[in-house]
Unconditional design. Sequence first.
Length: 168
Amino acid sequence: MSNADLAALKAHMAENPGAVIETVAHERGVTPRAVIEALPAEMVKIGGGADAFVSAMQDIAEWGEVTLIVHTDDGIFETTAPLSPGKLGHGYYNLTEPKGLHGHLRHERCGGIAFVERPFMGKSSAFVAFLNVDGGVMFKVFVGRDEARALKSDQLARFRALAAKIAA
């Protein structure tokens, strides 16, 4: 990406921090990671990768009910439930609960973990984006909301502590 394109992307994200990351990436011909990195610095921290994947997922599994989103060109899939603690086996990070979200994640393809706090649709939001080695988003895990639709304070504290640990 040229310096001019990067500057334009940073200006766009500063003016529109709640823009849908995947949409901006598609419109500008860049990776979702580039869009996340273009957010104002106070809104994003990035660190880790495959080395931090398991510890991040196991920490998040202790947060309680969260929303996990997978955004593809063909749809946006969401599930709201506690995450399975998971474990490594046969080359995958396996979500072990038999009900709810379960499956097998290629943790070795994790190229970074982004911690994003930004406005979205008029509300504060906080999510962990697991970024793949190609600059795409594997999936996002959003801090849950309470009955008043505010971010759950206990989860937000865990989110920030995990960000400090991984993206130090």
